[in-house]
Design a binder for this molecule. Structure first.
Ligand code: BG6
Length: 456
């Protein structure tokens, strides 16, 4: 693997918000773990110099990461900074000079998607791609057509094996663990199919709003921001077949197969919501129809899943912050008197904590044989110093492990599924902050036993 290791990291968007909140802390953690010891060249157009850039990195890590003076001194010595416009060839000549003899630079694009094409074309034109890689942040395109065009631009400059499309959800341990857990244990397989599973629901709730990202968020909305990418990855991990081998392509083949089995979303099966007050946020257009909430239903037409509805809901300013997937089994035959919803379920909690739970019915406390629901719960706190999602994905990209990245065909399949919703120009329904979205959700896209409210 070491001959494959990137020998420089060129980091576009180095003075931006994502860099400040997530990337510098992840890079410092990589230095501390001995996973980063090559030049890190920040590129941006902020009129800064190297000193200012280093002190910005220091502030970022102090505020959002774990400061370690010794590791920071090492990190600071790796940092370089190039100030320049992404449309100016001089910027890329300066990058070429800074790269010197490096053969395998990883160019990381933490910049607005509209600039991906420009930067990649300039990298190719000025010979900065070399034998290196490109790491691209989400959102990858705006719809099927733009994602396809972006793929063409990237593939013109890099072969697919050297393109790393980031979805930081794939770097989350509990998301990765879904696949491990499913295929490392025999008991799940006995019920993990349409004969026993009644429905699947995936919830990504956030109790905060758009956090000053109005100008970005208003061009994106919930479906593009988190459903087409993060939550489809969760869906693919829950629904995929066991891979033939453990290499990245075998894993990614199985995920693509899941998406290929999903029909485009029927606009009758989605509710789009917008929290009251959204249009007064900075950067948001008055009269905006961007959704800050969506709930939808999908069907996977495969041997394993035909007849099992998959529900996804996600939104801002909901009652709690929690991401989890709930797999509800069909009801057991009726022997005992029972409540309306006493089917077993399996629950994967992705955040804020990590847990696995099996929902079961036990004899009630009064021995009336009516039964009550409880959970067999296994929870886990992240171990001290466990890599966070960004550290994991950036570290993997630097050594060329593609498992935790979205492949070209996967990304385009994901857009194909949501495209009808994006193109339809549908209405948004208003909802009150602190609620579970518009009232229409329970009428139009609700699982048979209803949405399970996450207990946090
Ligand atoms: C980002 C979205 O990709 O993921 C945000 O742009 C969202 O809107 C975030 O809040 C959630 O990620 P995490 O890791 O905080 O759950």
């Amino acid at each position: 693997m070491s001959t494959n290791r990137s020998d420089a990291l060129v980091f576009f968007g180095a003075t931006g918000d994502l860099a400040y909140k997530k990337i510098f802390p992840a890079l410092l953690a990589m230095v501390r773990r001995g996973r980063l010891d090559v030049p890190v060249i920040g590129v941006a157009r902020s009129g800064w110099d190297l000193d200012r850039f280093r002190s910005h990195a220091h502030d970022s890590i102090s505020e959002h990461g774990e400061m370690d003076d010794e590791a920071f001194a090492k990190f600071a010595s790796l940092l370089q900074y190039i100030d320049g416009d992404y449309t100016d060839v001089a910027t890329f000549e300066a990058i070429g000079n800074a790269l010197g003899e490096c053969r395998r630079p990883a160019h990381y694009l933490a910049i607005p998607p509209a600039l991906f094409g420009t930067v990649v074309e300039q990298l190719a034109k000025t010979g900065c791609t070399r034998e290196g890689r490109v790491i691209v942040e989400k959102p990858f395109g705006r719809d099927l057509d733009s994602a396809h065009r972006l793929n063409q631009i990237l593939l013109h400059a890099y072969p697919e094996q050297r393109i790393f499309r980031i979805d930081h959800y794939l770097g989350k341990r509990p998301v990765h663990n879904m696949v491990f857990f499913r295929f490392a244990n025999a008991f799940l397989e006995s019920f993990w199919n349409h004969k026993y599973i009644e429905s699947v629901q995936i919830t990504m709730a956030e109790d905060f709003g758009i956090k000053g990202r109005g100008a970005f968020y208003d061009t994106v909305g919930t479906v593009r921001d988190v459903i087409q990418n993060h939550l489809f990855q969760v869906l693919a991990n829950l629904a995929m077949e066991p891979p033939a081998r453990l290499d990245s392509e075998s894993m990614r083949d199985e995920k693509v197969k899941v998406l290929k089995s999903v029909a485009p979303i029927d606009v009758k099966n989605i509710v789009r919501g917008q929290f009251r007050g959204y249009q007064q946020e900075n950067g948001v257009a008055r009269g905006s129809t961007t959704e800050t909430f969506a709930a939808l239903r999908l069907d996977i037409n495969s041997w394993r899943w035909t007849g099992v509805p998959f529900y996804i809901r996600a939104g801002k300013l909901l009652p709690v912050t929690c991401t989890e997937a709930l797999i509800r089994l069909r009801k057991p035959p009726k022997i005992f008197p029972r409540a309306a919803c006493d089917s077993n379920y399996f629950r994967f909690r992705i955040g804020p904590d990590t847990s696995l739970a099996l929902g079961v019915t036990v004899m009630d406390a009064d021995d009336k044989m009516t039964g009550e629901q409880t959970e067999l719960l296994a929870s886990r706190r992240p171990g001290a110093g466990e890599p966070d999602a960004y550290e994991r994905v950036l570290g993997d990209a630097m050594v060329g492990d593609r498992t935790l990245f979205a492949r070209e065909d996967y990304v385009e399949e994901a857009w194909r599924i949501v495209d009808p919703v994006i193109q339809a120009g549908m209405q948004v329904q208003s909802y009150e902050p602190g609620t579970w979205g518009p009232a229409e959700v329970d009428r139009i896209v609700a699982p048979a036993c209803g949405w399970m409210t996450p207990r946090v």
